[in-house]
Design a binder for this molecule. Structure first.
Ligand SMILES: Cc1cc2nc3c(=O)[nH]c(=O)nc-3n(C[C@H](O)[C@H](O)[C@H](O)COP(=O)(O)OP(=O)(O)OC[C@H]3O[C@@H](n4cnc5c(N)ncnc54)[C@H](O)[C@@H]3O)c2cc1C
Length: 436
């Protein structure tokens, strides 16, 4: 996705591109087609609605003349408010356009050696080949190249029962109270523990990977629990330094960490999990304070190569140690077809500007594109996790509640439309300023 978009955008600006693709000589376990831009799982590019962040992202991409999006629209199939495609037709359209393009030379082979003095965009995706993985590890070290995506569930702040949960940092460190804590007594813990270790686990994301080999740093919470009844109490559910506001000690505590700039979303800290989604809802709702938790993203565990972007890349998708090496797509820690594609588009604009000795700029984070870039560049270096397009990362809008009665949904919709309008205006500004 990202590679096709980037190649096309550069060719449109009359820059010659060598596009390396390995799939025609060696496919990964989920690829079936010989053609490019293969949607390996769902055929949906998700919402088209402007009230939705990914819908707004698509509008931003239309303004930026996205190649992939325009062909996805040509290959679309009816899907209500979403953009879904006939995956074969879509992939064929993309391949045909790239193959007939005189500025693009397609090289059907594995790309392994990363040149130091030629401008390169690496967008080898979540299933980068092993030889390239090794080269990347040589370039950046194994600590900053990840093999598995270990994502903890995210819930809305509004759905947390603050009559039970309380804000506090461990040992009251720091000036602000950043964590929300859900306390457990011994009986509550024992019940939770029993359900957790017996919870039904999802199979791996890749066919045939029922037994995933976990790295210690991203071990699922149920796998830690299976090591013994006390492991969680000494691990992610450690109660030390988290006594209740009245001073009472807890047997265990589940900590919730803010996940978005608008302080609307919280992730369950250290609760990366491979449990089935229904099981996550059932078992994690046993945590006191989370009885009515509204899960906006469930935890997942699957093979996903990505790099520690906040540590390794500068603000323009260039490797800090060599600005001729750009990265784009899922490998930089965005998640999803559309998100991957837009970063390919932005990387190619930066490459074009670099070739022309111009100053590089990004769209502001009031746009969804800018917000995604801002997130991956500024997220935690020690616990970096991939991100999808969502309003939580986009700069907030000022909204004054009308005097007349209005439902929560209406407020939400109005706010989303205001955000969307602001985002689209920001991209128009970016296009003017960057002279695209
Ligand atoms: C099993 C699975 C299911 C997924 N399901 C969904 C989903 O339903 N919806 C969604 O939005 N996202 C899904 N994703 C995420 C999805 O991969 C990305 O959203 C998107 O395809 C990433 O785009 P990309 O351009 O970064 O990588 P890709 O689209 O994967 O493209 C990378 C390309 O690089 C090639 N390549 C790899 N290594 C080399 C090399 N050394 N030399 C030359 N070529 C190489 C690959 O063959 C591939 O064609 C899924 C991912 C996986 C692994």
């Amino acid at each position: 996705m990202a590679g096709c978009e980037a190649a096309y955008q550069l060719s449109k600006r009359k820059i010659k591109v060598k596009l390396y693709e390995v799939k025609r000589v060696k496919k990964n376990p989920v690829q079936k087609l010989d053609s490019f831009a293969e949607l390996v799982c769902s055929n949906s590019l998700r919402s088209n609605e402007l009230t939705n962040a990914v819908g707004t992202l698509k509008e931003e991409m239309r303004l930026l003349d996205s190649f992939i999006l325009s062909l996805a629209e040509k290959a679309s199939v009816p899907a209500g408010g979403s953009l879904a495609v006939d995956r074969k037709i879509f992939s064929q359209l993309v391949t045909k356009e790239l193959e007939k393009n005189e500025f693009i030379e397609i090289i059907n082979q594995e790309f392994i050696n990363i040149p130091k003095d030629e401008i390169t965009i690496i967008c080898s995706g979540p299933l980068t080949t092993e030889s390239l993985q090794e080269e990347l590890i040589k370039l950046m070290g194994s600590d900053d190249f990840y093999f598995y995506d270990a994502v903890a569930p995210i819930i809305t702040k509004k759905s947390i029962n603050m009559d039970i949960a309380y804000t506090k940092n461990r040992y009251d460190k720091g000036e602000t109270k950043d964590y929300i804590n859900c306390p457990m007594n011994e009986d509550e813990y024992n019940l939770f523990y029993k359900e957790l270790i017996n919870g039904e686990v999802a199979i791996g994301h890749l066919p045939g990977e029922a037994e995933l080999k976990y790295f210690e740093g991203c071990m699922p919470v149920e796998a830690i629990a299976k090591r013994g009844i006390q492991t969680l109490v000494f691990g992610p559910m450690k109660p030390k330094g988290l006594n209740k506001p009245d001073g009472t000690r807890n047997h265990a505590v589940v900590q919730l960490r803010q996940d978005d700039a608008n302080d609307e979303l919280y992730n369950i800290a250290g609760f990366q999990t491979n449990l089935k989604w229904g099981e996550q809802k059932r078992i994690f709702s046993l945590i006191p304070g989370l009885e009515k938790a509204n899960f906006i993203r469930y935890g997942v565990m699957h093979k996903n190569n990505f790099i520690n972007t906040p540590k390794l890349l500068n603000n323009f998708l260039q490797l800090k140690s060599n600005n001729k090496i750009f990265f784009a797509g899922q490998i930089i820690g965005v998640e999803g077809y559309v998100e991957s594609c837009v970063t390919g588009l932005i990387a190619s604009l930066h490459v074009f500007k670099m070739i022309n000795n111009k100053t590089l700029i990004n769209p502001q984070s009031s746009s969804v594109t800018g917000a995604l870039l801002n997130y991956i560049h500024n997220a935690s270096q020690t616990n970096f996790q991939p991100m999808k397009a969502n309003w939580g990362i986009v700069e907030d809008v000022t909204y004054s509640k009308p005097i007349n009665k209005i439902t929560k949904q209406e407020i939400q919709k109005t706010k989303s439309l205001m955000r969307s309008e602001k985002a689209i205006n920001e991209i128009k500004e970016f296009i003017k300023e960057y002279k695209i």
